[in-house]
Design a protein around this ligand. Structure first.
Ligand code: PHB
Length: 386
């Protein structure tokens, strides 16, 4: 009897080992902030990522190693090195801050490890500093903001005051907006860049913006800073006189509830809003709400799509760093945000950009889509993929 049991157990152990090694073949480093101004964004990306793995029934096929980048370049760099050199991951997924992406770019490229960028919009990573190992499924800073400059000029806005945090993303977003806005006849009459992650009181900047008498204020803020900014824009009395526009992270569904009525009437542009009326999105929103009891934001979709492109690559037979990097850029499908393809010229995602207004929906807030710019791709930007 004992012999029989042992034999049976041995067989079971061998079988389960086989299942395990065949299953958890792909090791992924999730490099996201779980502390600091962007902590909530990191959590949301992680939730979307895991949801896609579970939905595909492939959670067991991936081993996840999580590291907190703190959205700080030196920390992000140290953690990237740990994931690639010590944990020996097959792919890195994540990065929220453009500054962190700028810091790790050369290391990723030199290590020949695929990086799926799940947020950071740093234009250079799919522009002059592009790499065949870096594929972005989120957005580029220019991609989200360029359409809004044209849209605002076409909607009668002539003079704008701009504001953003003083780091790569803030500058790139305002630059892209300014270029298209001025090309369409508008004028940016002033701009301020506020210390990133340190500015709690926007009062002095808002006083300056008001004194300049613009038709509108255009900003990029995200995470905790977006909540403070939107609330102070209202409480300092600007909202009543000067309409507020921005890149859509400003009023993300992730934290618009914390902004409250101050967010009503703010118009912004983004690559995803949960109110998109498509079967793919409706199914996604229903599944996300059932799992997390809240509507998904753009960050959730970025995490979800990061997993989906990885899953597609692995299902197509890609194994190991080089093969995964190669396969990622060939993936395309219609998902929650609409059609998604990877631009072979840059490895940046090609996608629709939606202009949306935050409006009241009973006691809650929702996103009303007021414009769609189809299949936006980056303009030629110096990228040579080799
Ligand atoms: C960025 O640093 O690239 C960044 C951060 C947060 C956002 C968008 C872009 O919501």
């Amino acid at each position: 009897m004992r012999k029989f049991l042992c034999a049976a157990l041995g067989a079971c152990a061998a079988a389960s080992l086989m299942v395990h090694s065949a299953a958890a073949e792909t090791k992924v480093g999730l490099l996201l902030p779980t502390s600091g101004n962007y902590a909530a964004l990191g959590k949301e990306i992680d939730d979307g990522f895991v949801m896609a793995l579970e939905e595909a029934g492939m959670a067991g096929d991936f081993t996840l190693v999580r590291e907190d980048s703190e959205a700080k370049p030196p920390v992000g760099m140290a953690k990237a090195r740990k994931l690639v050199l010590q944990d020996n991951v097959d792919a890195v997924v994540g990065i929220v801050s453009s500054a962190v992406l700028g810091a790790v770019r050369d290391f990723i490229d030199g290590s020949k490890v695929p990086l799926i960028v799940a947020n950071a919009g740093n234009d250079e990573a799919t522009g002059a500093n592009c790499s065949k190992y870096i594929v972005r499924v989120s957005f580029s800073n220019a991609q989200v903001n360029r359409p809004m400059g044209t849209w605002m000029a076409e909607h009668g806005v002539k003079k704008v005051y701009a504001m953003a945090p003083d780091y790569a993303a803030g500058h790139q977003m305002i630059d892209a907006f300014t270029a298209s806005f001025t090309a369409a006849g508008g004028e940016v009459i002033g701009a301020d860049y506020t210390p990133f992650g340190k500015t709690q009181d926007f009062g002095p900047y808002l006083t300056k913006a008001k004194a300049a008498s613009p038709d509108a204020v255009f900003v990029f803020y995200a995470g905790g800073e977006a909540i403070s900014f939107v609330k102070q824009y209202d409480s300092f009395g600007l909202k009543a006189d000067i309409p507020l526009y921005g890149s859509g992270f400003l009023t993300s569904p992730l934290y618009v509830k914390a902004e409250g009525p101050a967010a009503i009437g703010v118009t912004t542009s983004l690559h995803y809003v949960p109110t998109l009326d498509t079967p793919e999105n409706q199914a996604f929103v229903a599944a996300f709400k059932a799992k997390f009891d809240r509507p998904p934001s753009e960050y959730a979709v970025q995490g979800y799509d990061s997993a989906r492109v990885l899953i597609e690559a692995v299902k197509a037979g890609a194994k190991g760093r080089e093969a995964i990097a190669e396969a990622l850029s060939k993936v395309s499908y219609t998902g929650p945000r609409g059609p998604l393809t990877i631009d072979p010229a840059t490895n940046n995602v090609v996608q629709n950009i939606y202009v949306y207004e935050t409006v009241a929906d009973g006691d809650a807030l929702t996103q009303k889509i007021v414009g769609t710019i189809n299949e936006v791709r980056d303009a030629p930007n110096g990228c040579v993929l080799k």
